[in-house]
Design a protein around this ligand. Sequence first.
Ligand code: CA
Length: 390
Amino acid sequence: MIPALFLYYSFFALSLGAFCKKRKKKSYKIVGFKQGVGVLQSRNILETYGIKIKKELPLVDACLCEVEPHNARIQQLSEDPFIEYIEDDYEAAIQVMPYAVSVKPKGQEIPWGVKKISAQPVWKTCKGEGVRVGIVDTGVDLSHPDLKDNIKEAHGVLDCKNILDDNGHGTHVAGTIAALDNDIGVVGVAPKVEIYAVKAFDKNGRGNISGIVEALNWCLEKKVHVVNMSFGIKNKSFTLRRAIQALHKNNVVLVAAAGNAGGENSVLYPAKYPEVIAVAACGQDERPASFTSSGPEVDITAPGVDILSTYKNGHYKLMSGTSMAAPHVSGAAALLLSIHQMKAEEVKELLKSAARDLGFPKEKQGAGLVDVEKAVMSINKVRRGKDEGI
Ligand code: CA
């Protein structure tokens, strides 16, 4: 199935990718309707005010609308009793540091981050089989020899519908979660997990709320168990919040990069939302990375400095950022779900309770460093307890 799928996507991307240009400087607003306003009614309301729909966002009862700047109609619309909010289609960015080093691994190398979170001992029991992970990112290199067997489906939500990774970030994230356990390159935290890659970020690592929401909707349709979000945004968005709540309600484990803003009280959205596992980054020395965002919303720490993983065009690179930390947690969550069926909230609590305290303030490290082996031991303990009727 994969080769045919790949050929189709390659053709699709080649035929459309060439026309992938930056969105024209039009003004867009997201109009959020009150609960219970259906799609048809919302279309009628917008038509009444003469407002053109660019994209419908059924997951969040909202529409992305094209509006002329300083349009009086949008002011009138905001006073309509069926409207909950009107906001900008904010821009989000991937959370990677601007330096990267190309590497050519000899044979297969286990990256230090995978070792640090004790994923290896768990592979004796499972490698993430049967768990679906959605990656909302810049796309994934679908023909990468260290990833392709795990890529189940790919999708694009940008205007050009390109699905290929023209940045490299999404491929790097995918490798940390699920690079294949073979004799080349690297190996991911959960090397048998199923990847659902959705491109919502362009080659510069920029995306918009409307695209992210569409990508999350696709993940929900594909019934993914975990979603990795290695991006962040400073603005509070009602639209993104609604999308996050919708996926949480559907029992999806949501993992996001805390952000690379450094300093205090600097956790970005969506990591800042309580439904999401906010991941801070540490180095090999187990100290918080200088760039890692901190604040009371940080849940957990994972490796995020000089992380070796797959890169676009079949390559490998060392990259740093909370973007690199989050996929360690997504992979860890996938391993746990592969071993034992659990609710999304239980996965979060289990990862936090098993985390190793690194001795830094909670705002910096959250519960501490991810420890997959310990989390699995807790599951086995509960199972044994049940078997013995305790
Ligand atoms: Ca490999």
